[in-house]
Design a protein. Structure first.
Length: 314
C-alpha cells in the first residue's frame, strides 16, 4: 500500500515539475488567462482539485474580485465553488462556476473535481482530477479602432468552447498543508483560428504551503504560494495571517513583482464567514490601477457524524 502511494506521489510530483518554469516555453510574457485570487488560502479548490472534500464538510464559497479599479477593462471575476466528502470520506467532490472579464475578452467555465484521499501518517494525502468546459469570447465592438473602416469594427463576437484537464496532489494534517495543482494540461485552443502559443490555454501551476502555530486564543498562520503560467516567470506570495479568538482574521501578503495584499475575515457563526482583501501595487500597473478589491462569502455545513480533520484556520 505504502509502496503504491510512494509511486503515485512520485508520478504526481513529476507531472507538476514538468509544468514548472524550467523548460521550453517559459520565461517570456503571457497575458493573464485564468482568474487570480488573493484569498486563495480560504478557497483552495480554485487552485487545486485535490483540495476537494478536505474540509470534511459541505463547504461553499462565493467570490467577487475587481482588479485594478482605475484601469478601464481591467479583470473582474465572479466565482462560486462547492465541495464535500463522499463515500465514507475517502472521496472528495467539487464543482465550480467561474465568470471572468478582461476588456473585450470574457471567460465562463463550469468545472468538476474528483479527489481520492488516503490516510498517511498524521494526515491525509489526496490526489485530484478536474475536468471542465470553458467558453472564451471576444467582443470586437468593445475595441477602440483608429481606423473606423476596419473590417473588425462591425460589432462581431467570436466565441470558442474548449475543455480542460487539471491535476493536483494535497497533503494535510491538523496544522500543516502542502500541495500543488496544474491546470490546462491539454493546452486547449481558445480561439477559432491560429496554432501559435497565444491561441492555446496556458498551463497554470500553484504550489501552496501553510503551517499554523497556536498560542492561547491566537493562531499564527504563515503560508507561501508559488505560482506561474507557461510563458511567464514564476511569482511568489508570502502571507502572514493571524486568527484572533477563532473569530477574526487579519493578514498581510507580499507578492513578488507587484506589491502587497491586506486582508480580513470574520467568522459570523459556525456556518457563515465573510472576507475582504485589498491589493496595493507598487509596480507600474499596480500604481496606475489604484488597488484591487476582493470579497468572499463562505458557508459550511457539518455532515451528520462528521468532524473537521483540521481547525477552520487551515
Amino acid at each position: 500500500m505504502m509502496r503504491g502511494l510512494k509511486y503515485l506521489l512520485f508520478i504526481s510530483i513529476a507531472v507538476v515539475m514538468r509544468s514548472l518554469p524550467f523548460g521550453e516555453g517559459w520565461g517570456g510574457v503571457h497575458a493573464q488567462q485564468d482568474a487570480q485570487y488573493s484569498q486563495y488560502m480560504f478557497n483552495q479548490l480554485a487552485i487545486n482539485p485535490a483540495f476537494a472534500g478536505s474540509r470534511e464538510r459541505i463547504s461553499s464559497a462565493l467570490v467577487y474580485r475587481n482588479q485594478w479599479t482605475a484601469v478601464a477593462g481591467a479583470p473582474r471575476t465572479a466565482s462560486f465553488s462547492f465541495q464535500m466528502p463522499v463515500q465514507k470520506k475517502k472521496i472528495g467532490a467539487g464543482a465550480e462556476i467561474v465568470s471572468d472579464h478582461i476588456g473585450p475578452k470574457s471567460l465562463n467555465a463550469i468545472l468538476l473535481s474528483y479527489a481520492y484521499r488516503v490516510p498517511v501518517g498524521k494526515g491525509k494525502l489526496s490526489f485530484g482530477l478536474r475536468m471542465g468546459l470553458f467558453n472564451y469570447a471576444f467582443d470586437w465592438a468593445k475595441m477602440d479602432y483608429k481606423d473606423k473602416s476596419d473590417l473588425y469594427n462591425v460589432g462581431a463576437r467570436d466565441s470558442k468552447f474548449t475543455g480542460t484537464g487539471d491535476f493536483g496532489f494535497y497533503y494535510y494534517t491538523r496544522t500543516f498543508y502542502w500541495g500543488a495543482g496544474v491546470t490546462h494540461l491539454n493546452r486547449g485552443k481558445i480561439v477559432a483560428m491560429g496554432n501559435d502559443t497565444a491561441s492555446k490555454q496556458a498551463i497554470h501551476f500553484f504550489m501552496p504551503v501553510g503551517k499554523a502555530f497556536q498560542a492561547g486564543n491566537t493562531v499564527i498562520n504563515p503560508t507561501i504560494l508559488v505560482k506561474g503560467t507557461s510563458g511567464s516567470t514564476a511569482e511568489i506570495d508570502l502571507n502572514l495571517n493571524v486568527l484572533l479568538k477563532e473569530k477574526v482574521w487579519v493578514g498581510v501578503s507580499a507578492r513578488s513583482g507587484y506589491g502587497f495584499v491586506f486582508l480580513t475575515q470574520y467568522q459570523i457563526n459556525d456556518h457563515f464567514k465573510a472576507g475582504y482583501s485589498y491589493d496595493y501595487g507598487i509596480n507600474k500597473i499596480g500604481v496606475a490601477g489604484k488597488g484591487s478589491h476582493e470579497i468572499m462569502l463562505g458557508y459550511d455545513l457539518n455532515m451528520r457524524g462528521g468532524k473537521m480533520v483540521m481547525p477552520r484556520y487551515l
